[in-house]
Design a protein around this ligand. Structure first.
Ligand code: UFG
Length: 329
């Protein structure tokens, strides 16, 4: 039986495909290549280019393979963009998930591991954030991820599709051997943007806001290495294979770093002094997002290996230095 990875050409999905294949799984990748890269797909995966919003396309893929479980990464994921074009997020994320679940119900696939986000929480008052905390997203992206989680809950009740929703904090870093990494166009994420400065691809980094209620006025985030994050997916798949009930887990390091601290760590790793300039806040950004991943540790047996921010930045630096222009395709 095979694992279907939707969005397997994207940053996080491609890392998952590599690990699944290294674990001996048969992997089918579906991706519309809207943001993904064909060169990021592992050569041993079977690839279908198409959109999860097309039921006929999905039914064809399901009819060609015996699919045991789906791992679903196919979504738009930019907080800033979602504030400007919320309907794109409802269409791609919510409607896309609706059609994917429909295809699963029709084709009798009953397990799904799904990328949710810390963006579902919004401005929380207590830290670290637990799965049971209030979910009040401050942006349409987080709102669509919450809607996708709720859709899964009802699909479980109605069709018996068991899900694990993984609420990611800030994913960063690259394959430890530098084989694949993060390549967005346009890039909006803090760490790859900072690394563009020493690579002479950008003159300076803009810091969005210096008046947040944090220790140095800049936003605090919880950065998790993509390899640790994917290990969470592999464990979630095992959890579903043991016929456990649907569940929701945070995946983060539990450590918060401010934007300024990330820049300092990048200066240490790269050995370059990084030009910076303060500018206005970015709409939709909560001040602090720091996780408690205690539940994933206790129930899934998950334990992050890359807890030092310098190691995370260092793996990203290795990829970017060797692939200055990204994947090209
Ligand atoms: N930032 C800057 N300058 C930049 C880019 C980012 O100051 O040029 C700041 C942002 O304001 C934010 C922090 O750096 O405070 C991190 O920003 P990112 O864009 O790298 O990441 P986000 O926190 O906005 O969002 C990321 C993912 C989401 C996920 C979220 C969960 O993109 O999908 O982490 O914490 F939901």
């Amino acid at each position: 039986m095979a694992i279907l990875v939707c969005g397997g050409a994207g940053y996080i999905g491609s890392h998952c495909v590599y690990d699944l294949i290294e674990n001996g799984e048969k992997v089918i990748v579906v991706d519309n290549l809207q943001t993904g890269h064909i060169n990021a797909i592992h050569k041993e995966a079977i690839f279908y280019q198409g959109d999860i919003k097309e039921i006929n396309f999905l039914n064809t893929v399901f009819s060609k393979h015996e699919i045991e479980a789906v791992i679903h990464f196919a979504a738009n994921s930019l907080v800033g963009e979602s504030m400007i074009d919320p309907l794109k997020y409802y269409n791609n994320n919510v409607h896309g998930t609706e059609i994917l679940l429909k295809a699963m119900a029709i084709n009798n696939t009953k397990k799904i591991v799904f990328s949710s986000s810390a963006a579902v929480y919004g401005e929380t008052k207590t830290f670290p954030i637990k799965e049971s905390d209030t979910t009040e997203p401050t942006n349409p992206y987080g709102e669509t991820k919450l809607a996708m989680e709720k859709m899964m809950k009802w699909a479980d009740i109605a069709y018996g599709i068991k899900y694990v929703a993984l609420r990611y904090f800030n994913v960063a870093g690259a394959h430890p051997r530098g084989l694949i990494g993060e390549d967005h166009n346009p890039e909006t994420h803090l760490i790859p943007l900072i690394l563009q400065v020493p690579l002479n691809k950008r003159e300076k980094i803009f810091i969005y806001g210096d008046d947040y209620p944090t220790r140095d006025g800049t936003c605090i985030r919880d950065y998790i290495h993509v390899k640790d994050l994917i290990n969470g997916h592999i464990l979630a798949l095992e959890y579903l294979r043991k016929d456990n009930e649907s569940n929701i887990f945070n995946l983060g390091n539990g450590l918060g770093f401010s934007v300024k601290e990330i820049i300092e760590a990048a200066e240490y790793v790269t050995g370059f002094s990084i030009n910076k300039e303060f500018t206005a806040r970015r709409h939709g950004d909560p001040a602090i997002l720091v996780s408690s991943s205690q539940k994933a540790k206790e129930i899934l047996g998950w334990e992050p290996q890359y807890t030092d921010i310098r190691d995370i930045i260092s793996s990203a630096w290795k990829f970017h230095k060797n692939n200055v222009d990204g994947f090209k395709k």
